[in-house]
Design a protein around this ligand. Structure first.
Ligand SMILES: Nc1nc2c(c(=O)[nH]1)N[C@H]1C(S)=C(S)[C@@H](COP(=O)(O)O)O[C@H]1N2
Ligand SMILES: [Mo]
Length: 527
């Protein structure tokens, strides 16, 4: 007889009065649990050690593991916003994981707790994998997960839909309790995130250290730049790039913060007398000023990752010579405070060029993004082999004995800058009137110097451009070409010849593994 009875359907499957709200409970529980966990972890990380922020740690792991093509794509597509794009991706994945977590938690709290444990384990593993992480750096994640699990249990209890009223709908009390608990959790997460953010900002030990720096005047000033160094054409890059316009390329998700009180620079490895300097000791050796062009191996033909600044710093070669380099060594490995390693050929540092430990850029202490307090600069080498930012140690070794960060990822160990040239104006797809049009731009071949720049319009002959003054081979050089433009669509090309007589090849090569090649071109419309 029971078989013919219509059994009441289990209340848990009964559609609620506000189906959308019931359906939302899982995601809400999940997102709030994740939000509280991460906000608490971030707040504690800001208070104790930035490396212990789990989101940044996961982002850092992603950067280090990303295949070369993906990194190149990110730099090409997002440029200086590549890190923001990465964080957006990390948060999107987190949100997805949180929704699954919440769905599990409202089903069975045990599942939710297990999910949260997995979540925390990923955070712990990421934090521990960061350079310089110590076991105590996992405490913020664990504390965050602790608070998160309490919030999740409260929310999951309030979200239960198995207690139903006479109407067959979840009791009003439960709904209200859920909303109140959810609002409380949201406020907690928001407050923790806001305080964490504020602490993170205020705790810019780096900014405070930098503000307190007083540098003595240089003992040798940069030679004055000749008046003819700049062409007077609108749209050409300024000869000296302002700090805020200077490109930035690095793997640091947050700008490393250095406290000058505790910062030290060491020089060791295969040397007779290892040394350690405080910032004051280094600066007291006497500062020299040099104008140097720096560029990135990731720059595409015509790309923006190049700039020139007036750097002030300590000559590097004498420091190495005083320490006494043992026989048979050929590589200097720089290490930065956040764990980057950059390997530079010793020969390049010791051959007489202006290799510097720079402490100032265009007259002010190094901006935090450009390596405060000290960075290396080796004219003629791409940044990834000669320009370690946030420097903290230098080790004399051999190329056989150690592969630095980028070399482990397949980039060339020795990477002298390739001769290149760029049309700055007219911009691509510009429209101009027929008649005289100034084509102008920059060319560079650090260490060798630029001997000639030529311009080609469509398939016409290559024509000599006029070169601005070039007082040093380590500086980029501006050029102009006066073109009698005729109506129609035209392609403009540029190529440079360095002082050894070698002309840029038109063979297109991607930046990987040792720098792009090919001629820059641009298309304009003349009316
Ligand atoms: N610590 C650290 N130093 C670094 C890098 C980095 O990722 N980390 N990137 C290098 C690269 S690839 C370049 S091109 C230059 C860029 O210096 P900038 O950001 O000051 O222009 O820094 C170099 N020094
Ligand atoms: Mo670079």
């Amino acid at each position: 007889m029971a078989s013919t009875d219509i059994e009441p359907r289990p209340a848990t499957r009964r559609p609620g009065p506000y189906p959308s709200m019931t359906a939302l409970r899982g995601p809400v529980v999940g997102v709030l649990t994740a939000g509280v966990t991460l906000a608490v972890a971030r707040l504690l990380a800001a208070l104790v050690a930035p490396v212990s922020d789990p989101v940044l740690a996961v982002g850092g792991v992603a950067i280090d593991l990303a295949p070369q093509r993906l990194k190149a794509f990110a730099i090409r597509t997002f440029g200086a916003n590549d890190k923001i794009a990465l964080l957006v991706g990390v948060y999107a994945l987190l949100a997805l994981a949180a929704v699954l977590l919440g769905a599990a938690a409202v089903r069975r709290r045990r599942y939710g707790l297990a999910g949260l444990a997995v979540f925390a384990a990923v955070g712990v593993a990421a934090v521990l994998s960061r350079p310089g992480a110590t076991p105590s750096d996992v405490l913020p994640v664990l504390a965050g997960a602790g608070v998160g699990s309490a919030v999740m249990l409260m929310l999951a209890r309030a979200a239960r839909t198995d207690r139903v009223g006479a109407s067959g709908q979840p009791r009003l009390l439960d709904r209200r309790q859920f909303l109140v608990t959810a609002a409380g959790a949201a406020l907690t997460a928001g407050a923790a995130a806001a305080v964490g953010q504020a602490v993170g900002r205020g705790s810019t030990v780096g900014a405070r250290s930098r503000a307190a720096v007083r540098l003595p005047p240089p003992v040798r000033q940069a030679p004055p730049l000749p008046a003819g160094i700049s062409v007077d054409v609108d749209g050409v890059s300024a000869f000296l790039t302002r700090n805020r316009d200077f490109y930035r390329v690095d793997t640091a998700l947050t700008v490393p913060q250095v406290d000058l009180e505790t910062w030290r620079l060491t020089l060791d490895g295969a040397v007779d007398s290892p040394r350690t300097w405080r910032f004051e000791d280094l600066v007291a050796r006497g500062l020299v000023e040099r104008d140097i062009t720096l560029n990135c191996v990731s720059n595409e033909v015509g790309g923006p990752y190049i700039g020139t600044a007036r750097w002030t710093g300590v000559p590097l070669a004498p420091l190495l010579r005083e320490a006494g380099i043992r026989a048979g060594q050929n590589q200097l490995v720089s290490r930065s405070v956040e764990g980057m390693t950059i390997g530079t050929p010793l020969e390049a540092i010791l051959d007489g060029r202006d290799a510097l430990l720079a402490v100032a850029m265009n007259g002010e202490p190094l901006p935090l993004e450009h390596g405060f307090p000290v960075r290396m600069l080796v004219p003629g080498l791409y940044g990834y082999v000669g320009a370690c930012k946030w420097l903290t140690s230098m080790k004399v070794t051999t190329f056989d004995a150690f592969d630095p960060y980028w070399v482990q990822r397949g980039w060339a160990a020795d990477a002298p800058v390739k001769t290149a040239s760029r049309i700055d104006t007219p911009k691509p797809f510009a429209q101009r009137r027929a008649g005289p049009v100034m084509i102008a731009g920059v060319a560079w071949a650090q260490r060798r110097g630029i001997a000639a720049v030529e311009v080609q319009v469509d398939d016409g002959p290559w024509q000599r451009a006029r070169l601005a003054d070039g007082p040093s081979p380590d500086l980029w050089r501006q050029w102009t070409y006066r073109w009698d433009a005729t109506p129609g669509s035209h392609t403009l090309r540029v190529r440079a010849t360095d002082a050894t007589g070698a002309t840029q090849t038109d063979a297109r090569a991607a930046p990987f593994p040792d720098g792009a090649t090919g001629w820059h071109s641009t298309t304009v419309t003349i009316t």
